[in-house]
Design a protein around this ligand. Sequence first.
Ligand code: ADP
Length: 164
Amino acid sequence: MTKAIYAGSFDPFTLGHLDIVNRASTMFDEVIVALGTNTSKSSLFTADEKYEMIQEVLAEHAKDNVRVIQFTDGLIVDLAKELDANVMLRGLRSVSDMEYEMNIASMNKTQAPEIESVFLMANEKYRFVSSSLIKEIAMFDGDISSMVPDVVAERMKEKYHENK
Ligand code: ADP
């Protein structure tokens, strides 16, 4: 049984993230999207808002072997052990992603040698898509419909509207 954890802050969940999840769902028996808080980034959406959105997106666009969970504190490798997962899944868009991810992967290896980090190259279509860029575009009422699932586009609109 292969079980992969795909951890991230998903603020918001993009079509790039969904693409990684969907490709992974054909490679692993189970894929768990672990919604965490990145301590070095401030968040537009609350954890509950993100959880709800991801649930909706997965229900509509992903296979049954994908689910989302929230984790608040602790090491991601400890969560992986708890869930009996054997793979930490990440996406790579660029060389800078790669450098960042290599450090995390090495750190994770020291904590849990039995867990493998597996990287999927970003789909060419979504290589430039990042949550932070999407927030910037949405803030100024730009069109993000080709970068995020519909439900996310709607919630982004509401979010920036309510903040005005
Ligand atoms: P974090 O804040 O933990 O980096 P993110 O939500 O930004 O979390 O990203 C989670 C994972 O998804 C990371 O491995 C990141 O490289 C990957 N990722 C982000 N955007 C894309 C994309 N457009 N295509 C493929 N992978 C992506």
